[in-house]
Design a protein around this ligand. Structure first.
Ligand code: M6R
Length: 603
């Protein structure tokens, strides 16, 4: 979602630096961009619909000499993506960029209109800008104006503010939307995340919800809402700028798929060498709620399956935006597991806050170090997958599955369900997953071949049973989000209860059957679709290599056989590459699919 970067410097290149930082935030998803800076005390605001390159082109024709700039990528919420609605907004003495939603903007707008303000855009942000100006006119103190205005705002925000009478200073605050401060010898930053500033510095501080920050080119001062100074820890980012480059790959998504063998192998190595799950004692809880969104929710379904099947522990999985409707089920004996790559997903944050209010113990499975979720949970298990730039998650999902596998192994140990022999066989298998994963992802020609068969179709189905049906959901989501093909994931046995009416001559059906005990039943379901003309793509393991698939499969993908603790990771990697090759053939913008945001910071 929206990306923010503000930079104030002793030199005059603030616009260039802010723009380059903004490009590092592109992955968050956006549909317009803009920048504001003072040049010889004259305010310039430049905006462009579409890609940042459009903004860049406009700026290249201007004198952009300036010591301070605030820039923004907008993911439209209130009002269509056009230049009027794009940020920055300017009202009176205030210029503002904003990430989030001011939920009570309509009431505030009325109040401001009565006070004589007029508005040009459809946005909540213009109202917020005017409200800060309104407060500033009343109190004549810039920090106080921001504090007063924030007290009136309901909803979420990360703000960078510049006041006309102090054009080289950035004021910043946040609630429920991420914002960090960055420090360098040449100047200081306020940005949505560290990736925006890593080319210039790795020193940063997290802005807390009740912090109000004044940022000049040499000094950064944090205040609380009583205008008292507060001290702040300066952290050092461990991710380096190189990790934000494609490093020779055509797309970030492809690079991230290829990073999976190492990422997953590292998770299992850490588990066996340095495991710290002692404080997650499953016997302390009456119920387990696993809560997440999108792919993280799909990883949670694998977690639930493994917990129930192997540790004999029942669990409920809920999409975060629906979790509050299960409020009655949350008690102090609830173990909640929230799963999030970004650690900033608004729905997931809201769910975890609700659970904490009700006294639940909350464990987070999180990738982004220092993110909101990682800070608010009782215990955080990091996936350490490194930065994920492509909007469609790949290593984010597989690393979450791997963490679930380790949690379940630990639960089995706690319950005495893991004998030594099985434990040592599993350990051998998990610690060599890198080879199996490399084998899967090296099979590129097979995936391209399948992509050529399916890329011209409009509808597609994924079917499977048991753990495979959860993997179908992730395979289907990957395909729809990056190729814009309509695709549905169905439990193989459920298809005949209605949805099979959609199968026509040539409709592609991707079926997964890895579990030998469910194999025959799944094959029967595939045959049901074949009998209605489907084009059948069959994914299975090398355990079934000697079988003749020709009777029900037009194409076959074979992955190495493995235990269910890692089988979903192997299968999904093949599905990720099928989606990737299909989207490429369809000419889609793979890393930045339309309408999507990497980090969904609004509810
Ligand atoms: O950062 P999170 O893991 O909390 O994000 C959750 C979903 O928004 C995310 O997985 C989304 O579904 C991805 N685009 C899927 O590729």
């Amino acid at each position: 979602m929206c990306g923010i970067i503000g930079y104030t410097t002793k030199s005059s290149n603030s616009v260039d630096v802010a723009l380059s930082g903004l490009k590092n935030l592109e992955y968050r998803g956006y549909d317009s961009s803009g920048i504001a800076f003072y040049n010889n005390n004259e305010l310039d605001i430049v905006k462009a619909k579409g890609k940042i390159s459009n903004l860049d082109e406009k700026l290249s024709k201007m004198n952009t000499t300036s010591n301070c700039a605030i820039a923004h990528t907008r993911w439209a919420t209130h009002g269509e993506p056009n230049e009027t609605n794009a940020h920055p907004h300017h009202v009176g003495k205030v210029t503002l960029v904003h990430n989030g939603i001011i939920e009570n903007y309509a009431a505030l707008k009325e109040e401001l209109q009565q006070a004589g303000y007029t508005f040009n855009s459809q946005t909540d942000t213009e109202v917020a800008t005017a409200y800060i100006d309104y407060c500033y006119n009343k109190c004549n103190n810039k920090l106080q104006a921001l504090i007063d205005a924030c007290k009136k705002f309901r909803g979420s925000y990360a703000f960078n503010v510049i006041y006309e009478d102090e054009p080289n200073t950035i004021y910043a605050s946040r609630k429920d939307s991420p914002l960090v401060v960055g420090y360098s010898n040449k100047g200081n930053f306020a940005a949505s995340d560290v990736s925006a500033i890593l080319d210039y510095t790795n020193k940063y501080s997290l802005i807390n919800e009740d912090d109000f920050v004044k940022i000049t080119n040499s000094v950064v001062t944090f205040y609380n809402d009583k205008l008292q100074e507060v001290s702040k820890e300066i952290k050092t980012a461990t991710w380096d700028a190189n990790q934000y480059q494609k490093n020779g790959y055509d797309h970030f998504m492809l690079k991230e798929i290829y990073e999976q063998p190492k990422v997953i192998q590292d998770i299992f190595s850490r588990y066996y060498n340095d495991c710290d799950y002692a404080d997650i004692d499953f016997s302390n809880f009456d119920n387990i709620h696993i809560v997440a969104c999108g792919s993280a929710m799909h990883a949670s379904l694998v977690g639930k399956y493994l917990l129930q099947t192997y540790a004999k522990i029942p669990a409920m999985v809920e999409v975060a935006s629906e979790y509050r409707y299960s409020e009655e089920l949350i008690t102090p004996k609830t173990l909640m597991i929230v799963v999030s790559q970004s650690g900033e997903t608004a729905d997931t944050i809201a769910a975890l806050r609700l659970a904490k209010e009700k006294g639940a113990y909350v464990v987070g499975i999180v990738n982004a170090v220092g993110s909101t979720i990682s800070r608010e949970v009782d215990k955080c298990i990091y996936t350490y997958a490194g930065p994920e730039i492509a909007v469609a998650t790949t290593k984010g999902y597989t690393s979450q599955v791997a963490i679930f596998s380790t949690l379940v192994l630990n639960a089995m140990k706690q319950k005495g369900l893991l004998d030594e022999d099985t434990s040592s066989k599993l350990k051998d298998e998990l610690l060599t997953i890198e080879d199996k994963l490399n084998e899967v992802i090296s099979n590129r020609n097979t995936y391209l071949d399948i992509a050529k068969d399916i890329y011209n179709h409009n509808d597609l189905f994924f079917i499977g049973r048991g753990i495979d049906s959860t993997v179908c959901m992730e395979g289907s989501l990957k395909l729809k989000e990056i190729s814009y093909m309509h695709s549905e994931a169905y439990s193989a046995g459920e298809l005949k209860h209605g949805t099979i009416s959609l199968i026509e001559d040539g409709t592609p059906v991707i079926s997964i059957a890895t579990d030998p005990t469910l194999f025959e039943k799944t094959v029967s379901n595939i045959k049901e679709t074949k009998a209605r003309g489907s084009y059948s793509i069959f994914v299975t393991t090398d355990k079934h290599n000697d079988m003749n698939f020709a009777e029900f499969a037009d194409k076959t993908v074979i992955v190495p056989e493995a235990s269910e603790f890692i089988q979903p990771i192997l299968v999904v990697s093949a599905l990720q590459l099928i989606a990737y090759e299909t989207a490429k053939l369809r000419g889609c913008d793979i890393d930045k699919p339309r309408n999507l945001a990497k980090s969904v910071t609004v509810e």
